[in-house]
Design a protein around this ligand. Structure first.
Ligand code: ADP
Length: 437
């Protein structure tokens, strides 16, 4: 893979991994925070319930027992909790943990609430114990208020192992998701990297094909122009004898014709690249085009003593008449050009299972095996001199291949050096494609 693609792939993997880990981390943070909050709330509720039950128990005893004995019983039953007995006026009757009974408790929120509603509750920092306490107060049947309290730190102490458990689970989940994220990122990035690599390779191929094409075009244009310039300079210098001037002008005309056909072919190729294929409903009789082209090329064939014959049945191909003519003309022209005096060219058409088959067979010079795959490349010629001498541009078969591919057809070439060449073109028959809706 190219370095740029590798670097892009690495960046994509890193980003995907980071995105997955960040999502998992945020999800864990939210779920753990909510989980811990609910867990602590449950513990506080359990502690509160415990205090309520203790108060109910003390209330049941308060009727029979005096304050001091009640405090003693409470201390035995719940040594880690504190009971304060308060009169309706707020005076402290007794406290399991504190000796000082002077302070009036009438203003304590839990006591105020108990006086009003029967029950009261508060959480606040206690000056006496120096801790944040959970207070629950109840008005007893003897008219006093019983208040039970416990430090919230004991609830927190229960929650701490839970927090550690949550953290350990979160750490394990993060490690696991990191491993999974790396794998997922790798699997996701792979096809992207492969696609990028493919695009990079296509780009490279296109770039080099473009440069090669430009170099070829420049060369092909320069050759006739150099000849024209040479003839013009010779004539301008006065070195050409009057009787030779006509020959010079004929040579210039040949080179100009060569330039025109080269430019025509280049324009045609670029048009084929830009313009799309068929317009729906296009159809042309292959045999009619074959006969038309044969008639057109008959004089040229006769001139080089090549016999040109046609045969076959009418067959409607799904292609425009202009493009089909271009295909047939290029193939038959080549069959005549690369032939020998006394040779033959046979052009035929037939219909077969939804395909129109065009066959152009000649008994010409043939194409060497190693060139057979290359003759469809732009500007490729087996014998450059012969092609040029016969006005070839090296673009004919490239144009043919392009047109055939554009219309969904195929082309095959078989050739034996010194014996001849047969080219078979298959084009979809009209009406054989999917129905237009
Ligand atoms: P050109 O303008 O040179 O004919 P083409 O693209 O039509 O260009 O053909 C490419 C080359 O393939 C020709 O230069 C010639 O060498 C070879 N070729 C094409 N058709 C035939 C054929 N029927 N017999 C032998 N050689 C052929």
């Amino acid at each position: 893979m190219t370095r740029a693609v590798l670097e892009d792939g690495r960046r994509l993997r890193r980003r995907l991994t980071a995105a997955i880990i960040a999502t998992v981390a945020v999800a864990l943070l939210i779920s753990n925070t909510v989980g811990l909050y609910l867990y602590r709330e449950r513990e506080v509720a359990a502690a509160r319930q415990n205090l309520v039950e203790l108060l109910n128990l003390m209330d049941a005893q308060s009727y029979y027992t005096d304050a001091e004995e009640l405090l003693g019983q409470f201390h035995t039953a719940a040594p880690d909790k504190r009971l304060t007995l308060i009169t309706a006026e707020g005076q402290v009757l007794g406290d399991t943990d504190v000796e000082d009974l002077e302070t009036n408790h009438a203003d304590r929120p839990e006591v105020v609430a108990a006086m009003e509603d029967g029950w009261g509750e508060a959480t606040r920092h206690s000056e006496t114990t120096g801790q944040t306490m959970l207070y629950v107060a109840k008005i007893f049947t003897d008219g006093n208020v019983g208040r039970v309290s416990m430090p919230l730190s004991s609830v927190n102490a229960l929650v701490v192992p839970g927090i550690l458990g949550f953290l350990a689970a979160a750490a394990a989940a993060l490690i696991l998701s990191w491993l999974l994220a790396r794998r997922v990122a790798g699997q996701t990035a792979k096809p992207v990297e492969e696609a990028q690599e493919a695009v990079a390779q296509v780009d490279e191929t296109l770039q080099s094909a473009r440069s090669e094409f430009t170099a070829n075009v420049t060369h092909e244009l320069k050759t006739p122009l150099t000849s024209i310039k040479g003839f013009v300079e010779m004539m301008a210098s006065g070195l050409v004898r009057p009787e030779d001037q006509k020959g010079c002008i004929t040579m210039i005309s040949v080179e100009v014709d060569r330039l025109i056909s080269l430019i025509d072919d280049i324009l045609q190729l670029s048009e084929l690249e830009v313009v799309g294929a068929t317009r729906p409903g296009e159809q042309t009789d292959v045999m009619a085009v074959v006969r038309d082209v044969a008639e057109f090329l008959q004089p040229a064939a006769a001139k080089v003593q090549v016999e040109l014959t046609t045969g076959g049945l009418p067959c409607q191909a799904a292609i425009s008449a202009g493009r089909l003519r271009e295909v047939v003309l290029n193939l038959v022209e080549n069959a005549v050009k690369y032939n020998r005096p006394g040779g033959t060219v046979t052009v035929g058409a037939s219909c077969q299972e939804g395909w129109c088959i065009l066959t152009v067979a000649d008994t010409g010079i043939g194409i060497p095996e190693d060139s057979q795959g290359r003759v469809f490349e732009r500007f490729y010629r087996v014998d450059k001199g012969r092609s040029r001498a016969q006005g070839g541009t090296g673009l004919g078969l490239a144009i043919v291949k392009h047109i055939v591919a554009l219309y969904g057809g195929s082309i095959t070439l078989t050739s034996t050096l010194g014996e001849g060449t047969t080219i078979v073109v298959k084009l979809p028959a009209a009406g054989s494609g999917p129905e237009e809706t």
